[in-house]
Design a binder for this molecule. Structure first.
Ligand code: MN
Length: 492
């Protein structure tokens, strides 16, 4: 939590920190580094609250090897401190302005001072991977003698290779015999590989963050590390992997930092399939194109229509809605959606169903609600108001609503009309900018829940955030309606 919160531009309240700590504990994390007590009063408050909760996980706090930091940590009720001082020449010369002898002395002092207060100490040699190797060994041996309980090897700027981390771990573990951690940053995209290498070499712990959050390129991603450890190295751990996705989503929402779609394990696309060849394989046996089953990490596989899709995939998607086209109809549906995709359009599920409806001459699959028009008044010192006109089965339905902003007002107006028929509520709304500038392409995703708790999601991209929001909402509402009509067997 401490390094994760050091993500540029991110700051969370004590209450949010508390909520994240509960989630991490539920996930089965062994140690939570709750914060850096010296940074603020809010931080101290948050740490105290987390400790009071009596979590299953051990709770530790960060402190530089200076008296004020250690005192702040001790006064936060912590009984486990992670203290550090830099040991690389570049840090000692330009940041600490201290000699090797002074650093060594300070490191020993910090450990002894904490031990005097009866505190468990993990000692980190900051920038260990760019430190002189013999000096590093000297520091680690000295703090071990001074009473440090655990040692951490931080790759502060992500400069290590898996081979080098392995050597450093052996350097520490052999002479000190202490439980050792590795703390890897992702500046070269090697944080997870380095962490795994550290474990294989004899480290017992890796410092990781949810979604790989952290300074610059971030830390090793907890999700990737845990799954690699389990599936590739057959190691045991205490993490409940089926909670990984949910926890990742929770933290992304609280921190306001979204996960890239192609991120391993937790990215939106990690278990999505479009290519016809892959989809065909997956449908025969998921092991063909999935190294692990999505359920293992709390996820579901999904198929995507598009230009790479094939008949098997499209058929499987239609089947989830109970639609069974003939071979000829299926071919026609596949071809029509491919030509739409060739025009650069992404094909949503309702669009696919509406193509199926046309091809199979079945109006049942058509969109229930068509957006006829809408307008919105917004500005300062007025109440944002939206008027929306939808058409369903030849009838016009009009509703107006006010909201905290234009999007809120418009979505509420749609919900007002559709809500009577579909009994839905908005569970999640998210707006992301895809490109920069005020004319950026924005992507809106909406999740709505029907009265049975079934959730459908939809996504729309556009230059006008209000229009994209309204379109995404319409799509979600139509999906709910279609599923009602078609008694779907599954929801996506
Ligand atoms: Mn770090």
């Amino acid at each position: 939590m401490r390094d994760g919160e050091q993500t540029p531009g991110v700051s969370i309240s004590p209450e949010q920190k508390f909520q994240i700590a509960l989630k991490l504990d539920e996930l089965g994390i062994d140690v939570i580094e709750a914060g850096f007590p010296a940074v603020s009063q809010g931080e101290v408050l948050a740490i105290k609250n987390i400790i009071k909760q009596g979590l299953r996980a051990e709770v530790c706090g960060l402190a530089r090897a200076v008296k004020s930091d250690l005192d702040a940590a001790i006064n936060s009720d912590l009984n486990y401190i992670h203290t550090f001082i830099a040991t690389s020449d570049i840090h000692m010369k330009y940041k600490l302005k201290m000699t090797r002898e002074q650093v060594l002395e300070k490191a020993i002092w910090a450990v002894e001072y904490s031990k005097k207060h009866g505190i468990l100490v993990e000692f980190s040699a900051e920038d260990a991977t760019r430190s002189d190797r013999s000096f590093l060994s000297q520091v680690f041996s000295a703090v071990a003698l001074a009473g440090a309980n655990r040692i951490d090897i931080p790759d502060t700027v992500g400069y290590a290779t898996p081979e080098y981390i392995r050597q450093l771990v052996i350097d520490v573990v052999r002479p000190t015999g202490l439980p050792t951690s590795v703390h890897c940053h992702d500046d070269f995209g090697l944080a997870v590989a380095n962490s795994l290498s550290g474990i294989v070499a004899g480290a017992e712990c890796a410092h990781v963050t949810i979604n790989g959050l952290g300074e610059r390129a971030g830390n090793a991603s907890l999700e990737e590390f845990v799954m690699g450890l389990q599936c590739l190295y057959g190691r045991k751990h205490n993490v409940k992997t089926e909670l990984l996705y949910e926890t990742s989503k929770f933290v992304a929402n609280v921190m306001g930092v979204t996960v890239q779609p192609n991120k391993a394990i937790i990215g939106e696309n990690a278990f999505g399939h479009e290519s016809g060849i892959h989809t065909h394989g997956i449908l025969n046996n998921p092991m063909t194109y999935e190294p692990i089953s999505p359920e293992l990490v709390g996820r579901k596989r999904w198929l995507q229509a598009g230009k790479h899709a094939g008949t098997h995939g499209i058929n499987a998607m239609l089947e989830t809605f109970g639609i069974n086209p003939t071979e000829m109809e299926l071919l026609e549906i596949v071809n029509r959606q491919k030509s739409l995709a060739d025009m650069g359009k992404s094909i949503s599920t309702t669009e696919l169903l509406s193509i199926a409806g046309e091809v199979m001459h079945n109006s049942k699959f058509e969109e229930k609600f068509k957006l006829y028009d809408f307008h919105i008044v917004t500005g300062m010192n007025i109440i944002p108001t939206a008027v929306v006109r939808l058409n369903t089965e030849g009838k016009d339905l009009i509703a107006s609503e006010i909201g905290v902003g234009p999007v809120d007002a418009a979505l509420k107006a749609i919900q007002k009309i559709a809500g009577e028929m579909a009994n839905i509520r908005i569970r999640e709304y998210r707006l992301e900018s895809i490109t920069g500038g005020s004319d950026a392409l924005a992507e809106v995703s909406v999740k709505v829940e029907d009265k049975n708790g079934g959730v459908v999601s939809s996504r729309k991209a556009g230059e006008d955030v209000v229009v994209a929001s309204v379109q995404a909402m319409m799509e979600a509402v139509n999906k709910v309606m279609l599923q009602k009509v078609l008694h779907s067997k599954s929801q996506k």
